[in-house]
Ligand binder design. Sequence first.
Ligand code: DP6
Length: 341
Amino acid sequence: MEKQEILVTAKSPSNIAIVKYWGKHGCQLPNNPSVSFTLSNCYTETSVTYIPDLKNGMQFLFEGKESPKFKEKIEKYMEKHGGLYRFDTDIFSHLKVESRNSFPHSSGIASSASSMSALVLCLLKLEKALENDETPLDLRRASMLARLASGSASRSVYPVMALWGETSCVSDSSDEYAVPLGDMTAPVFKTYHDTILIVSNKEKSVSSRVGHALMEGHPLAEKRYLTARHNTQRLLEALRTGDLTAFIDIAESEAVQLHELMATSNPPYKLVEPNTLKIIDEIHRFREKTHIPVCFTLDAGPNVHLLFPDEFNEKVSAFVETKLKYYCVDNQYISDIVKGF
Ligand code: DP6
């Protein structure tokens, strides 16, 4: 085995799904296709140092501090899927992994997509460094390996937009990895902003892992997967043609449906808060009054993602500053934009 220390680094963004992945089976395979925007400003930066003399197993530091919960997640991933990398799995116990997020830890933003994809990109770079291979990374393989760590992470390896899950509309789509959609997307979507309104910065009461599991045997599951398939087809068409009306309709109905599935699961639960609903009302009123094609989506949490094309940035930013930020905890919001090529 190599005796020298090797340092690799990677930066990977978060993404926001328009058609949601909610429900999985087998080895991290999705029950329906999902489509997301890749973001620019919300990202994780990770460094992995291979230290041949490292004793006592893998080290993990998140923002400079030990984080046993996250370390356990990485160790489980390595135990289960480490054999898929082209190096000896003994290497894992000689790694020092350091990770930090660009967004505040207390923003309540899900970080598994950015953190897990950044980790996988580092491991693939390490693989290449050990083989003295200078060819570019295989993003499809990166997406597949990231999916095994966290489903949504599979979509973060590509700029602009990504599709994860098989659909007859995109020939090389797969449940095993995501594919880039940048070339199939009208120019307006490449200018999209995502302003993340932080309604709560507390840790979610029900994790996505539990949420996915509650889809098993959910009375609305089969209907949901059909709707998501249909919405994927409609969204791909809207993205191609630049149809903002259809985009808004799909984005908002997917967000509402995600939270309806939570409300109707067994046991039922609720992640939205009163201010989430007030913000949604304000967005609808603003859209009706101004005819600006602004809409919202929600993650598995109470924060509202405000989506709009760049040409309306000035007016929408004024709306956020004068109205929406007052519904946010400490008036906090994050201005993000779709990651370009
Ligand atoms: C609501 O990717 O966090 O954000 O595969 O268990 O890690 P795991 O789940 P995760 O689920 C994301 C759910 C979602 C929708 C989406 O991003 O598509």
